[in-house]
Design a binder for this molecule. Structure first.
Ligand SMILES: *Cc1c(COP(=O)(O)O)cnc(C)c1O
Length: 399
């Protein structure tokens, strides 16, 4: 244990993470093993990253084969797997073009730069993007400015100009901004709020924002970094509607643990990033793109989008039954495999209580138990998660 704590408290690491006192050395599917050989059920997937679970054979094969051929040449040259990945993403999204980067924040940076170019092309001096309360868009200066959480911004002033914030799930507030601000160019929004505590908006929220954007010639930019790649029971959360965004950002589960982000676009901004306007040395390298292609192939071959939908219903029914009538449970919110259980008080301790029971969970927005299990979860693993989490909640609430 001392050795483990030693690595966690290492004086050579910047102390910017509050880590749990455990270190994992190996994984397989939804299982992880720590330095003591103890096994854990992973209901968090490395924060919605390992949708295919750990050490998936298709991903291991893709990594090994590509490592044996070519890792990196730069975007000074053509990259075959990058073109194939763009084609695959265009096919499953309905978008038209792709830019590749290495993280979610970078994908949103690309989106925000596109929005500014789009505004400047119309002669705007201060192109402004509408963002929402409770959102999370990343930790770079632009994306933390876009983020609707004062804790993420604290200490980093001066923040960027060109953002206006409205409450989430409130289209009227956006309409009001349209009357007050002249140089709005885009709306950037999460279709389901993730870090902010699994908040599912009204079914027609995106449709109404789409109509508003069309009316005012704004870009609809969706941050699907957490919701994308099948997690909500559709490839992308906007596909629960019949509408398309203008800009779509992805990262997290796109590479199942190999870092990759993407910013997709269509229509009037499909070709707005001309040579010299944007770039990334690592972005879209042969390894990351080959792996992302394998992720898409595997999700398709094993029907994992439908599986996420079915599992989500199973979780909803299971938790509704197990927690029925439990005072202290405010709401159970489920969209595919984005699962939030809101309690009536802060419940951060549940993370370490679950760890003791060899289960990985997360608490977001102080009082929301957040589960983001892998799409390859079995029924019995889902039942184990429902039983353990429900019992932990009862223990925590002293029932
Ligand atoms: C995780 C996340 C990001 C940031 O992604 P990074 O890869 O950590 O930069 C942005 N938006 C949403 C919705 C996220 O969940």
């Amino acid at each position: 244990m001392a050795a483990i704590l030693g690595t966690i408290m290492s004086k050579n690491l910047m102390p910017n993470y509050a880590r749990q006192p455990v270190t994992f050395l190996k994984g397989e599917g939804a299982w992880l093993w720590d330095t003591e050989g103890k096994d854990y059920l992973d209901a968090l997937s490395g924060i919605a990253v390992c949708g295919l679970g750990h050490a998936h054979p298709a991903i291991t094969t893709a990594i090994c084969e590509q490592a044996d051929k070519l890792l990196h040449t730069s975007n000074l040259y053509g990259i075959a797997h990058q073109q194939s990945l763009a084609e695959a993403l265009v096919r499953i999204t309905g978008m038209e073009t792709a830019f590749f980067c290495n993280s979610g924040a970078e994908a949103n940076e690309a989106a925000l730069k596109m929005a500014r170019l789009y505004g400047h092309n119309q002669g705007y001096k201060k192109p402004t993007v509408i963002v929402t309360e409770g959102s999370f868009h990343g930790r770079t200066l632009a994306t933390l400015t876009a983020t609707g959480n004062p804790k993420v911004q604290a200490g980093f002033a001066p923040l960027l100009e060109g953002f206006v914030r409205v409450p989430y799930n409130n289209v009227q507030a956006m309409e009001k901004v349209a009357e007050q601000e002249a140089e709005i160019v885009a709306v950037l929004v999460e279709p389901v709020i993730g870090e902010g505590g699994i908040v599912i908006p009204d079914d027609d929220y995106l449709v109404k924002i789409r109509a508003l954007c069309d009316r005012h010639n704004w870009l609809l930019m969706l941050d699907e970094i957490q919701t994308g790649m099948g997690r909500t029971g559709k490839w992308f959360a906007y596909q629960h509607t019949s509408k398309l965004p203008d800009v779509l950002t992805l990262a997290k589960s796109l590479g199942n643990g190999v870092p990759i982000g993407a910013c997709l676009a269509r229509g009037k901004v499909a070709d707005i990033l001309q040579p010299g306007t944007h770039g990334s040395t690592f972005g879209g390298n042969p390894l990351a793109c080959r792996v992302a292609l394998a992720v898409i192939e595997t999700i398709e071959r094993d029907n994992l989008v439908e599986r996420a939908q079915v599992l989500g219903q199973h979780f909803y029914q299971g938790f509704s039954k197990a927690l029925h009538g439990v005072a202290g449970v405010r709401e159970i919110r489920v969209k595919g495999l984005m699962i939030g259980i809101e309690l009536d008080k802060p419940c951060g301790e549940l993370v370490s209580m679950a760890l003791e029971k060899q289960l990985l969970i997360n608490v977001a927005a102080e009082r929301v138990i957040r589960l983001l299990p892998p799409l390859i979860l079995s029924d019995s693993q889902a039942n184990d998660i429902i039983d353990t989490v429900s019992q932990l909640i009862r223990d925590f609430l002293n029932i």
